[in-house]
Design a protein around this ligand. Structure first.
Ligand code: NAD
Ligand code: TYD
Length: 353
């Protein structure tokens, strides 16, 4: 039987992408899910071993920056919808290597848009280009207020600027070529399979190994955290219900000062590792601040909750505990991703500056 829809998910071997691929492969047996990923340091097929043999799943290794390859892929696989997550995603890496971010996040997105435009000359109901983006495009907030879908773009890091550029291109293809598109801008994600360069998994990994927990500046920056599986369900709802051309913010109204979050994590890990109360917090080490460090992110996701009925399923304390349990139970995964390139990154980022 022919598939109802051939859906290209880019970056499906990464952190969020692997959760989206898993959800779609399991929930929609009549869709054919094609996971396209370059398998950079952040992409890992070990994130998908539980679904890799499913009949409706196919993995293709490739680079979204290669325009010829992308155009051929759309034709060969009869792609009729895209969920685009492939990106360089770590702010600190964008400070040391901005051009890589421009290539993947801007040029790569333009290549996908172009291929979709040529493939869907007269778009049908099946066609949708879903661009997964970040709240970081909106810049930084003071002590009050929230990012809404109407907030002006004001990115500060090469990462957020490259994502902002890609969002603008997606809207331009909608306005100019009538490409059916939808965009979502989500807050910071946490959960299983996140590469341990980002705050939460890096801290879990370091605490486990009795290494310092590096806190940038005074630890007063605020982020709004969402459990990754809740992001995946939001993407599912938006993909199926959103009108073309619309943007949704995704977030869980869950703001934490970095230092408070790390204290909560330390108390969970004292308990999980049977350490004396207060011992993990002794690993907290203040380090030089990140250049251009945004002070506060906070998302207003009421439009998504009101119009499409999505809401997050977990409280942060519960989600963080689940995340710690996952990292402690998945030693092999953690050891594999923290060998090789990771050691080089860690040395550059935290020792030599
Ligand atoms: P990630 O770094 O874990 O994964 C990115 C994936 O993209 C990897 O599998 C990598 O191999 C792949 N990739 C990178 N360059 C590629 C290329 N040129 N061609 C093909 N594949 C390539 O990132 P993530 O945290 O899962 O983020 C996924 C998306 O969600 C990104 O677009 C990011 O901007 C967005 N986002 C992330 C967060 C967050 O908190 N992590 C929040 C909001 C939005
Ligand atoms: P991160 O997880 O890199 O996400 P983003 O920069 O996209 O928000 O960082 C989250 C917050 O934690 C941010 O304010 C920077 C801070 N941070 C540290 O204090 N120490 C670290 O080692 C890292 C990686 C981040």
């Amino acid at each position: 039987m022919a598939a109802e829809r051939n859906i290209l998910i880019t970056g499906g071997a990464g952190f969020i992408g692997s959760h989206v691929v898993r959800l779609f492969v399991k929930k929609y047996p009549n869709y054919r899910i094609i996971n396209l990923d370059k398998l950079t340091y952040a992409g890992n097929l070990a994130n998908l071993t539980d679904i890799e043999n499913e009949k409706n799943y196919k993995f293709i290794k490739g680079d979204i920056v290669d325009s010829e390859f992308i155009s051929k892929l759309f034709i060969d696989e009869s792609i009729d919808a895209v969920i685009h997550l492939a990106a360089e995603s770590h702010v600190d890496r964008s400070i040391s290597n901005p051009i890589e971010f421009v290539m993947t996040n801007v040029v790569g997105t333009a290549n996908l848009l172009n291929a979709a435009r040529h493939q869907w000359k007269t778009p049908s109901e099946k066609n949708m280009f879903y661009h997964v983006s970040t709240d970081e495009v909106y810049g930084t907030l003071g002590e009050t207020g929230f990012f809404t879908e109407e907030t002006s773009y004001d990115p500060h890091s090469p990462y957020s600027a490259s994502k902002a550029g890609s969002d603008h291109l997606v809207r331009a293809y909608h306005d100019t070529f009538k490409l059916p598109v939808v965009i979502s801008n989500c807050s910071n994600n946490y959960g299983s399979f996140q590469f341990p360069e980002k705050l939460i998994p890096l801290s879990i990994h370091n605490i486990k190994n009795n290494k310092p927990i590096p806190i940038y500046g005074k630890g007063e920056n605020i982020r709004d955290w969402l459990f990754v599986e809740d992001h995946a369900t939001a993407i599912d709802v938006i993909f199926h219900k959103a009108k073309t051309g619309v943007t949704y913010n995704i977030g869980g109204h869950n703001e934490w000062k970095n230092i408070d979050l790390i204290h909560l994590l330390c108390s969970i890990m004292d308990r999980k590792l049977n350490r004396e109360s207060g011992s993990c917090a002794k690993l907290i080490t203040y380090v030089k601040d990140r250049a251009g460090h945004d002070m506060r992110y906070a998302i207003d996701s009421s439009k998504l909750q009101r119009e499409l009925g999505w809401k997050p399923s977990l409280q942060f304390e519960e989600g963080l505990e689940k995340t710690v349990d996952w990292y402690l139970a998945n030693d092999t995964w953690l050891n594999n991703v923290t060998s090789g390139e990771y050691l080089h990154f860690y040395d550059q980022q935290y020792v030599r500056r």
